[in-house]
Design a protein around this ligand. Structure first.
Ligand code: ADP
Ligand code: MG
Length: 481
């Protein structure tokens, strides 16, 4: 990318997260994805006159959860407003949203950048309802409309203009996706539209403090597309300005086939949506008790947990962060720590062979069947030198997972226990050394690095069963005497 030294990019993101409540924001219609079109559409979703919507308490609770997870201030006095507009896929003719009183104010999200951790400031998180879906490619002559999604609860998470590169935007959306999944309010599935992002992008001369004219790229449906769209916009804007032009305020769309954006609307004069409090929906007051209960029910968040794994369990920052990439992985790790104190070895098992085993089966840690106590036994078996790590990972683990059987029993029945009996080891050592007299001579002349070769040869002859620590000792005794 020809990111120019003269300019700085400024980005603000609006992320819509579909809340994983069973029912919609103001009625009991199901929110499940993939149902037959227009089957989850009660009279309330359809906006029939005289129907009375009621607020879904779970959705309010979920909004508070994400607000607390993002360090926001929670607004106690809330109401919903109507945003009046002709929406082809929202039959009421208005969207219910929280215009002047977002339920969560301020706050920040911590991201990892090349320069270290940084807090991205949030403006607000508010509740609103989703619209239905217009389907343009089903019929040649008509646009089809599926209203199942209409009325599904969303939170919109809005940052301040506080991101300064496409890379930072990538990190931010990745973190938001991890957070919403972690606290269980949204499945974070961007392909299904559960998480969608609008990117506001502007550029300015470095050192300038005023914001430049922005462009809004709508409906980015993958983290990759967020990054690509922003990269493209920054380059496009720099080219415009360098050629003596001015950036036009626009709404744009992203074409994932070419990684470019195109204008869909030129400078919008501020629309007058005639917001007013929805007269059918009672304002709602949140008590400290209710907010406190939501706070208590929140799981430990990834940032705090990463820190705990580093400090309490002595793991590296890298391992700790990997374990906290998904909640199911961290939960599993935690459950095994109740049975072992060999944390580093445990982390290696989980991030290595076990993750690989699950990957091969197309599963995640939420689907793991290996009992924590059994994994702890396997860790111990290796740490005690009874089997080598590679043999345990390749041969014992698959059987232990399939049978949830004791690792020691499996190792015995497969004849894989490491041999530490000196007589047996001596026999392998003899044959190994006899097979390479030249190397032995070199070693004796001072090429001590060859010890690894001898140990490897002994291991090979023992089919991995020779305990390498004892073999090394024996070899050194023998060769140095
Ligand atoms: P709207 O609701 O009309 O889209 P907002 O003022 O609420 O407008 O801003 C939406 C998003 O755009 C916010 O994330 C905000 O930080 C960002 N934003 C506003 N102005 C700029 C700008 N000049 N450059 C980059 N981002 C901006
Ligand atoms: Mg916007």
């Amino acid at each position: 990318m020809v990111m120019n030294d003269k300019y700085e990019a400024v980005i603000g993101l609006e992320v819509h997260a579909q809340l994983s409540t069973d029912s919609k924001l103001f009625c009991g219609d199901s929110t499940s994805f993939g149902a037959m079109p227009n089957t989850h559409i009660s009279p309330i979703t359809m906006g029939h006159p005289g129907t009375l919507p009621r607020t879904n308490k779970k959705a309010v609770e979920y909004a508070i959860r994400i607000g607390l997870a993002c360090n926001c201030e929670i607004e106690k006095d809330n109401y919903f407003a109507r945003k009046n507009y002709f929406y082809p896929d929202l039959p009421k003719g208005y969207q219910v949203s929280q215009h002047t009183t977002p339920i969560c104010k301020g706050g920040f999200v911590t991201i990892n950048t090349a320069a270290g951790e940084r807090n991205v400031q949030l403006n607000r998180i508010h509740l609103e309802e989703d619209a239905g879906k217009s389907i343009h490619d089903m019929d040649d002559d008509f646009t089809c409309i599926d209203l199942n999604r209409a009325g599904t609860p969303l939170v919109e998470i809005v940052t301040e203009p506080d991101l300064f590169s496409a890379e930072e935007a990538w990190q931010y959306v990745t973190e938001i996706r991890r957070l919403v999944r972690w606290i269980g309010i949204c499945d974070g599935n961007m392909e299904e539209g559960s998480l969608r992002c609008d990117a506001n992008v502007s550029i300015r001369l470095k050192g300038e403090t005023r914001l430049g004219t922005r462009v809004e790229v709508k409906n980015l449906n993958s983290i990759r597309n967020v990054k690509k769209a922003i990269e493209y916009e920054i380059e496009r804007m720099i080219a415009v300005v360098e050629n003596g032009g001015r950036v036009q305020q626009q709404t744009r769309s992203f074409d994932a086939a070419t990684d470019t954006t195109f204008s869909i609307r030129d400078k919008e004069e501020a629309n007058d949506y005639r917001y007013f409090p929805d007269p059918d929906l009672a304002p709602f007051h949140l008590t400290d008790t209710f907010i406190g209960k939501v706070r208590e029910a929140l799981p430990s968040l990834p940032k705090a947990l990463t820190e705990k794994y580093r400090v309490r369990y002595g793991l590296s920052q890298y391992d700790a962060a990997q374990l906290c990439d998904e909640k199911a992985t961290a939960d599993y790790f935690e459950s095994v720590t109740e049975h072992t104190t060999q944390y580093k070895a445990l982390a290696n098992w989980i991030l290595g062979p076990i993750r690989q085993h699950l990957n091969e089966q197309g599963k995640g840690f939420e689907a793991i069947s290996l009992a924590p106590a059994i994994l702890a036994e396997l860790v111990k078996l290796v740490e005690d030198g009874k089997v080598s790590f590679s043999v345990a990972a390749a041969k014992i683990l698959p059987v232990v997972i399939a049978e949830n059987n004791s690792p020691l029993t499996v190792a015995e029945s497969l004849n894989l226990l490491q041999v530490s009996d000196t007589n047996e080891l001596e026999a392998w050592i003899n044959s190994a050394l006899e097979s390479m007299p030249d190397k032995v001579a070199e070693y004796k002349k001072g090429k001590k690095g060859l010890i690894g070769l001898f140990v490897g040869e002994v291991k090979k002859r023992s089919q991995g069963k020779a305990d390498p620590k004892i073999v090394t000792q024996l070899l050194e005794q023998r060769l140095n005497s």
